[in-house]
Write a protein that binds this ligand. Structure first.
Ligand code: NAG
Length: 142
């Protein structure tokens, strides 16, 4: 039930992805995890011990992906998030003309599917921290 809901949300996110990224999404049919372009809001938080079992700090270029993305990643094992193969994967997030490459180390419970929760250092590469939340952050696995 939970997984199929996540899959539905993921599909919806793919459909909602702006038209210019459609060719990329089509090329990657069948390998969703590697090159589909995603989008959502960007926020930042103070990391501690993450879902991947690592202690990170605000200075680290790590990111928390949504619970939907984390839990539906191929090979995800709900009983041990530390062993989720998504841990340690890198993604490039783009906002306007800026981009940053960050490593997945955490799972964001309050995030909608395509949202990313950065550290202040990571968020700061995309926008002023004053903004708090930015919209239409696009990202893909690298
Ligand atoms: C996250 O923290 C671990 C140690 O707990 C460290 O090995 C790793 O390099 C950190 N990740 C990043 C991207 O800085």
């Amino acid at each position: 039930m939970k997984l199929s809901n996540s899959a539905t949300v993921l599909l919806a996110a793919v459909f909602l992805t702006p038209a210019y990224s459609a060719p990329m999404a089509m090329q990657s049919r069948g390998s969703m995890a590697t090159s589909t372009s995603h989008s959502g809001d960007g926020t930042f938080y103070q990391p501690a011990l993450g879902a991947c079992g690592k202690k990170n700090t605000s200075h680290d270029l790590i990111v928390a992906v949504s619970h939907a993305v984390f839990d539906s990643y191929p090979g995800a094992n709900p009983s041990n998030p530390n062993k989720n193969p998504i841990c340690g994967k890198k993604l490039r997030a783009t906002y306007g003309t800026k981009s940053v490459v960050v490593t997945v180390e955490d799972r964001c419970v309050g995030c909608a599917t395509g949202d990313l929760d950065f550290t202040s250092t990571g968020f700061g590469k995309l926008a002023s921290l004053d903004k708090g939340r930015i919209h239409a952050v696009r990202w893909q696995w690298v």
